[in-house]
Design a protein around this ligand. Structure first.
Ligand SMILES: CC(C)(COP(=O)(O)OP(=O)(O)OC[C@H]1O[C@@H](n2cnc3c(N)ncnc32)[C@H](O)[C@@H]1OP(=O)(O)O)[C@@H](O)C(=O)NCCC(=O)NCCS
Length: 179
């Protein structure tokens, strides 16, 4: 798993010791609000989520799951993911999350930029896609600030157990990406 340094955070491989940080992250209903299901309520849910992310990467992985860690302490404070990586079609999807205490400081912007740099420069992607709940103002603002364009609106795309949610589909082309 490549380690990607940002100004204030680092993207690194997950470790088994990240389990409590992962539980603090997705056990927070505010973080889980527009994620794919309700907030976790047991540590076992965090363990079950973390286990597959600890496996060694195969050649040409379809998913790159990074832990976002504080650069000074190396403690996990969030996640950054490139997934649905299709090498033939040169595209992938992007996702990110941060513990609530770290919101509003531009950290997710750093994380997303670093993943986009990696995706476009190293993986040679032509296109990165994102799928966001239309009410997720922070995520939409972040994506549009980076140059993503709204390309579609998918009604009732997600069943997140507690409700059925629509999705805004966005895309960013390598040639449009401003560093
Ligand atoms: C989405 C998320 C990662 C943003 O993290 P963040 O570090 O606070 O984002 P940034 O500070 O980099 O802000 C990005 C932009 O969004 C804006 N923004 C942040 N929170 C906002 C809010 N609640 N309402 C409106 N705009 C907001 C910021 O002002 C910034 O725009 P600006 O540079 O023009 O000021 C964070 O809110 C989160 O973890 N949410 C839960 C998980 C999630 O929903 N992930 C996305 C799934 S698609």
């Amino acid at each position: 798993m490549p380690v990607l340094e940002c100004e204030r955070v680092r993207l690194r491989a997950f470790r088994a010791s990240d389990v409590h940080a992962a539980f603090a992250l997705f056990g927070d209903p505010e973080v889980a609000r527009y994620w794919s299901g309700p907030a976790w309520i047991t540590l076992e849910q965090a363990q079950a989520w973390l286990a597959p992310q600890l496996a060694p990467l195969e050649d040409k992985p379809s998913m790159l799951p990074w832990a976002v860690a504080d650069r000074t302490t190396d403690r996990m404070i969030g996640t950054g993911t490139l997934f649905a990586i299709n090498y033939d079609q040169q595209r992938a999807e992007i996702g990110y999350s941060l513990q609530r205490a770290h919101w509003g400081q531009g950290l997710a912007t750093e994380v997303a930029r670093r993943m986009l740099d990696y995706g476009f420069d190293v993986l040679k992607l032509r296109r990165v896609e994102a799928d966001t709940d239309p009410r997720n103002t922070a995520s939409l603002r972040l994506l549009e600030k980076l140059g993503f364009q709204r390309e579609g609106y998918a009604r009732e795309r997600w069943n997140v157990v507690t409700e059925i949610c629509d999705a805004v589909l966005l895309g960013l082309l390598a040639r449009e990406y401003k560093r």
